[in-house]
Each structure stands twice: as structure tokens, then as C-alpha cells.
Design a protein around this ligand. Sequence first.
Ligand code: ZN
Length: 490
Amino acid sequence: MAEPFKLYNTLSKENEDFKPIEAGKVGLYVCGMTVYDHIHVGHARAMVTFDAFVRYLRHRNWNVHFVRNFTDVDDKIITRANEKNQDPFELAQYYIDSFHEDTDALGLIQPDAEPRVTTSMDDIIEMIAKLVDKGHAYQADGSVWFSVKTHNAYGKLSRQNVDELRSADEVSGKQDAADFALWKIAKEGEPSWESPWGNGRPGWHIECSAMSDKLLGANFDIHGGGLDLVFPHHENEIAQSECANSAAYANYWMHNGLLTMTSGQKMGKSLGNVINVREALETFPAETLRIYYLQNHYRSALPWDENALPEALGMLARLYEARENAQAMGGQEEAQKVVDDCGEEAKEVFELGTTFQARFYEAMDSDFGTGTSLGYLFRLARAVNRFAGHKKAKKRGGPVVAPALAAFDLMRDALGLMQMSSAEFHAEVKAKRLVALGLEPSTIEGLIEERTQARLNKDWGKADELRETLESKGIMVMDSRDGVTWRVKL
Ligand SMILES: [Zn+2]
């Protein structure tokens, strides 16, 4: 059975019990990318947030139908294509492919449908025609405008007064400053489509109304997107859809907060502080970004600076370390007996482990509280790592850490974290952090070999010197009975 949960609804500004339109099912529409560039770490927050949301709902037995669109014709795409002297459709396709590469590399699940503007033109024109027929839209200057004042509830999402609004589209013949374009008359040299109002292309907002209508129905469960889309984009979607269909639009509005630079700056191309996802993934495993986004509540602003990913990688490494430590523990006794013999550290691990699932679900079911639930996870991992130092842990600790291992499995299934084996994780960290340090593996192996020789020759001075050299490069050398291994310091 699908488990109940609460979700903050931007429309009511309250945490509400989620009530599905159809029992056990969730229709989810999320605004996707305008494809004129590679995605950066700010965009990826929305992608990872909704990926984890869908994973979690499915984990809780909801049948989710997840739709995310591509805006593949738009002013920005046309401008960029003109700058590059490229065909705008080719440019859009190039960045759609890039998006798929990046989201695959991030380990994201694919939506059930990915509608595009250019393949939804009939649906878009049909919806505009409906709005014109019903008197909610009119033609002026050859374009078609939505008449904001014909929608009584306009402003209900963003809580704005319609009399103070002004849309960005300025044109003579517009009836009200707040009216916005549904169909833009064709301009010389731009892509255009035939319509009852002449050749042109759609305004930005109408596409999401038309696509969600087609794929999820006029009234559907949850509409998601970044907080920056509340106004005007989502407000306008509501107006278009409710006026065209004479029905309520999305029942719940879910908005993720934005990435903010700790310096107070926004992240933006013009500021030169943008980090693309593909760039970040050259030096960090994908789960580093996932943990960085999910450690905060999805609605809060998420501070970004150059320490964000190194810190998140440190947290991720401690989780993998805890799982490795737990997996290495043996024993067949009853857990309580081991706890009684091993004292406080064992008791803490066992308690945190056995209560984890209930606390995790409670936090998650209260407006998708990934920050709180990861807080529990980090506490559990710390407790495991402390307990691993106990002299009886390795031989007898298995039953005590069994609930912790179940908690790590739960993370993989419900949030997409800790999906790698330890060997995969260490190999990836090594490869990517060497790139970050600008080092070749052969350089490190050479120095290690030299040190091993020095030790064989009992030249301890030289061996120590080489260890220091490696450490100064960020490499940790570990000697054990099985030989020498090394890791990149995190
Ligand atoms: Zn949209």
C-alpha cells in the first residue's frame, strides 16, 4: 500500500496531507531545461531533488508518473544559435544530448515522459485556440495575449496583486500591462510554425500547460520546479490551464530552493562563477553532489562555495567507511548479549540502527525531510566507525551492526545513495581526486615503489622522506601485512 505523507504546498503555504486524485498514484510534472547550454550545479539541485523524491515515493509504493519537459525553442536558444552561426534546432538537440549525458552521469532516473515544445505544437495551438474562444486571450500586434484580468484567481500562487504587475512583453495594443504572450508573431530568420493567428511560435508559459494537460490531464497531483519559477511562469501556467479547462490545475506545488553563493553572489554565466555538472564530475563522484543537495531541506537556499563538494565527499567517504567497517564484523550471538559485553559504543550503534527506519520515514513523510534523515544517517555512521575501534567489534560486532547495514541498504533504495561497492567507490575517488590534484597514477606508483625499495634496503630515512613527499601531494600511504596501499586524502 502507498504510505501517506505530508507535503508543503506553495499554494496554501502549509504542510498538507497528500491526497492523490487516484488512489496509490502520483502524477508529477516538473519544469525542465531550456536547452542552450550545459547544465550547471545549480540546475542539478532541482534534478537531484525530484529524482530523490520520485525514488522515495516509489520506495513507499506510490505509482509515480513523472513528466519533465524540454524547452527546445525560445529566445535564448535562438540568440545563442545566431551567435554561434548554428541552426537553433541543432543547437537545442546538442544540449538535449548533453543533458542526457550529464543526468546519466549523475545517476538520475529518467522521467516517464520528456515532452518537447517542437513536438507538442498541435497541443499548444489547440490550447491557445481554446483560450481565445473562451475570451481569455486576444490578438494584438499579430501576437496572441493572455488577458490576465479575466482570471479571477490570478496571483494566488505568488500572492501578488495583479494591478501592480507588468509582464516583460511590451507591445502596442496590449490591453493590460500584466498580459503575457501565448503566441509570438514570426520574426525574420527565426523558426516559426503555422497557426490560426499566422506564423509564429509559442510564448514560454503555454508549453507546460499544454504538455501537462496532454500527459497528466487537466487536473493532476504535483507540479514541481525551482523557486525562481513561481512567478511569472507557474502563476501563468495556472491561469492558462484553469481558464482553458475550467478545472483546477495542479493540486500541490512543490518548489526547490536555489543554490546561493556564500559570497552573496548569484551563480550565473555573466558572473563567471558557474560550475557545470560535467566539470564537477571530472573530480568528484556523482554521489558527492547527491549528498551535498540532500543534506539540506529541499526548500531552503543551499550555500555553495569551493568547499561544498570537498566537504560532501568527506561525508560520503565516512558513510562508505562505516559500511565497510560494519561488513567486516563477524559473530553469531544475540545482539543484546554483545551490547551488554561491549558497553556504550555498541549500545549506541544498536539503538541508532534499530530506530533508524522509523525515524527516517517520519522525517521523509514530513515534507520530504532529507536533511533531517541524513542527519540520522551521519550519526549512525559515526557510531559504527567509533564502535569499529572496540577490540571485540571485529569478531563479535556483526549482530550489533546488522540494523545499520539495513539502514545503508534503505538509503540506496529510497534516496539513491551508497549505490557503489566499496571497491568501486575507492577506485572512483582515487581516479577523480588525482585529476583534481593534477597527478598521474604512475607518478604515485613510482614513488611508492621507490619507498618500498628504500625499506627493503633498510634506508629508513629515505623511506620517511618519500612518505612525506607523498603526503605533501595529498597521498596517504598505508602499510599492512598484505603490502602497501595508498589513498588520496579527503
Ligand atoms: Zn514549466
